[in-house]
Design a protein around this ligand. Sequence first.
Ligand SMILES: Cc1cc2nc3c(=O)[nH]c(=O)nc-3n(C[C@H](O)[C@H](O)[C@H](O)COP(=O)(O)O)c2cc1C
Ligand SMILES: CCCCCCC(=O)C(=O)O
Length: 346
Amino acid sequence: MTSTLPLTLPEFAERAAEVLPDGVLRYFAGAAGDEITLADNVVAWQRLALRQRVLVDVSKRDLSVEILGVRRPHPVIMAPMAWQTLANPGGEIAAAQGIGAAGGIYTMSCWASQHADDVAAQAADTTRWMHIHIFPDRDITQRLVDRAVRGGFEALVLTADQPVAGRRDRSMRAQFARPGSPNLADLAPGSLEPAQTWEDVAELVTSSPLPVIVKGLLEPGDAELAIQAGAAGIVVSNHGARQLDTVLSTASALPAVVEQVAGRVDVLVDGGIRRGSDIVKALALGADAVLIGRPLLWGLAVGGADGVRHSVELYLKELDIALAVLGVTSAAELEPSIVLPAPWSA
Ligand SMILES: Cc1cc2nc3c(=O)[nH]c(=O)nc-3n(C[C@H](O)[C@H](O)[C@H](O)COP(=O)(O)O)c2cc1C
Ligand SMILES: CCCCCCC(=O)C(=O)O
């Protein structure tokens, strides 16, 4: 099957656009409002230039990073994304199997189109994190935590940037209707909680046997509050620009957050990471790892589990070549001085 898969990451996006129904494509690809932040999430990485050093022995290269205190083969994590059977009938199970085969971590959205128990059973070999919300009924949140523990999920990823749903013009125009979630169906029709606060996060941290990663921060002050609430990590994220247009792109937000955190907890980042060189820039700016969203949905849509695996492998191939050409032998060696504002962005 691999031989029929695209050779490059942009081709995956093109092929996905050919195979997905229009409404689904608009829901997946679209974002809030005029999609200015959606575009800038990508462009903000492209505005950074890389400084290369030559004639360094790069014959041995190490892509490994430490995430939540565990050495992982590389820094790629699949971001939580809802309703993955819309991309491929294999759904969350195939996605988890695919990223696991490539040595990455799978984050399962609680709005999944398959049940967490089934994902746990059929992707048992994949390191899995469970995405959750603080729901208006805190009992639903607790039951999802219990389910995560039972299924061997290793961390909770709590979405902090969705007190209400964003307005996404592109999918509204297609009259895309959100499907139900079999993962939430036996709990209650999950609705969002506009009254959630940092106190809820602290309570979750206290009651959860799993580490809690707070996803959806752009401000250093919020990173500080996450640390005070006991989070094990944070994800600098604007929800793929799907919540509010013209918020800061994540590459722009990352440096100040990293400075505030000062190594006290893991800092992850997502949004617009489309090339292995973008991963280099994220790590150089101080991220410990990256989450990738839409491009892995394109992999799932085009080739199921194989497509996800192959997409991740393309990122890793690009990352590995970038390290070699930059004269760097390990992800750990990447530091801020290798990126600078690009002359073409002035
Ligand atoms: C179709 C889709 C569904 C998503 N569902 C969720 C979700 O359930 N929970 C969440 O926190 N973020 C969700 N996100 C946001 C992603 O986790 C991630 O932050 C974002 O997609 C990263 O940007 P990228 O797509 O440019 O890589 C979703 C994104 C997409 C595209
Ligand atoms: C009631 C809102 C559900 C949204 C779930 C998926 C999501 O976060 C997205 O960005 O889409």
